[in-house]
Write a protein that binds this ligand. Sequence first.
Ligand SMILES: [Zn+2]
Length: 184
Amino acid sequence: MSHLPSNTEMEKAYLTRDASYDGVFFLGVRTTAIFCRPTCPARKPLPKNVEYFPTAQSALHAGYRPCKRCHPLEPVDRPAWASQLLAEIERDPTARLTDIDLKARGIDPATVRRFFLRRYGMTFQAFNRARRLAWALQRVQEGAELDSVVFESGYGSHSGFREAFQRAFGEPPGRRRGARQGGT
Ligand SMILES: [Zn+2]
C-alpha cells in the first residue's frame, strides 16, 4: 500500500501537524536533505521545498537522512482514539460502530478509514465485521445455539448470517460445529 493522499491534503496535514497522518506519509525537505514525519516539532518547511513519500524507506532511497527531532524510522504509535476503538470492540465484538457512532465519540470517520486502511489494509467497518464474525465462529465452536449466535451478532436473518459466515470462513456454520465435535 503506497497510495498517498493528494499534495494539498498532505501540505495541510504537515502545516497543522495533524497526528492522524503520522505513518501515512513522510516529507523530505530538499533544502536540508532531511526527512520528517508530518508531526515533526521542528520548523515547518515551505511547501515548495517538500517532497512526499509513502514510506520512510522510500525517503531513504531518495537520499534523505532521518530527522533527529521526529525520528521517522521509529514505529508510529497508535493514537489514543484507535486504542479506544479497538478496546471497545474487544469488550463487545458484536458492536456495530457506524460513522455516526464514531462522530458521537468525537472521532472523524475519514481519519478512522485512513488509519485502518493504512495500518490493517481494511476499512474500520470491514475490521468491525471481521471481528464480529470471528466472535460468532468462536460461539459456534463452543456449541452455542445457532439461533442465539445469529441474534447476538446482530444479523437480521439466518440467511444473512450464513452468507457472511460462509464468505468469511469458506464453509457454513454447521460444518464448523461438526468439525470440532468430530475432531480432537
Ligand atoms: Zn523531523
